[in-house]
Design a protein around this ligand. Structure first.
Ligand code: WAQ
Ligand code: MG
Length: 261
């Protein structure tokens, strides 16, 4: 069962630690039982050491034991895909989805402009969905959603019914977006990768799920990141505490389970 879960997370940079000006290369968040930690540490180390953004010379892996009763269990967001032929079309789709969720034009414009020039950002930036103002004062550190992962069984079940979408990247992105949008204060998340070769991104929300959008940037660009658009006038400290510290385990029941078969 879920006893004795540990959080294991990694951050890697080139040119020294992030806090001394190093450029962010790679990060990762996983949960696992004691017996799985060695394998998870190896996976995270491999991820940081073989990365298209550069050659890490600083890598930190932190492991913490979690209390069973602090772990929240949530379902993965449903996933769907839009079609786009180029960046102009991809961004237009993202913008209209964000607008349909009630985010102001100013906030959407600021979010997209931010991701277009963001090449060193380690965590998300938090933007007021009405005023468009950046609310966190975290600079390049931003706010990292942390301590979330699929349970092993849930990922295996989900994989069986979503075969074409199975990759470590999509696994992580759905876990992250599911945690982020499970907060009642998140209106939506906008993401595209800062990895040079990966141009598909997404808009996620609790009402519309995880919507993949191709071509949110051109191949070969190192800009990207995450914007958490939040409701106006909420407690930013509580929001950030949830993102950084509340452990969330993604639990998936397939249709057979739900029918009691
Ligand atoms: N919390 C907040 N922000 C994060 C986190 C986190 N845990 N992890 C990454 N970020 C930010 C940070 O600024 C990264 O540089 C940026 O996001 C991009 O991270 O096909 O691969 O891991 O459905 O490069 C989405 C589409 C892929 C997947 C996203 O992002 C699909 C991706 P990356
Ligand atoms: Mg990246």
């Amino acid at each position: 069962m879920l006893n004795n879960l540990y959080s294991i997370r990694m951050r890697g940079a080139e040119g020294g630690p992030h806090e001394h000006g190093g450029r962010h290369i790679s990060g990762g968040e996983r949960l696992g039982q004691k017996e799985e930690l060695q394998e998870l540490a190896k996976e995270l180390l491999d991820k940081s050491l073989h990365h298209s953004r550069g050659d890490c010379d600083f890598i930190q892996i932190v492991i913490e034991k979690l209390m069973d009763d602090e772990i929240q269990r949530i379902s993965p967001l449903p996933i769907s895909s839009e079609q786009a032929q180029n960046v102009k079309e991809g961004r237009k789709i993202a913008m209209s989805l964000l607008a349909s969720l009630g985010i102001s034009d100013e906030a959407i414009k600021n979010g997209i402009e931010f991701l277009k020039q963001s090449t060193h950002q380690r965590g998300a930036i938090i933007v007021d969905s009405q005023t468009g103002q950046r609310l966190d004062n975290r600079g390049l550190k931003g706010v990292r959603a942390s301590r979330m992962d699929w349970s092993k069984e849930s990922w295996e079940k989900w994989s069986k019914s979503h075969a074409p979408l199975i990759s470590p990247r999509i696994r992580e992105a759905i876990a992250l977006a599911s945690k982020v949008t499970a907060s009642p204060y998140t209106v939506a998340e906008l993401c595209w990768s800062d990895d040079l070769e990966y141009t598909t991104g997404y808009v996620a929300s609790s009402s519309k799920g995880y919507i993949r959008i191709p071509h949110l940037k051109n191949n070969g660009e190192d800009c990207g990141g995450r914007i958490f658009f939040i409701k106006h006038n909420i407690s930013l400290d509580d929001y950030i505490t949830y993102m950084e510290t509340t452990p969330v385990c993604i639990s998936y029941e397939d249709e057979a389970d739900m029918k009691g078969l």
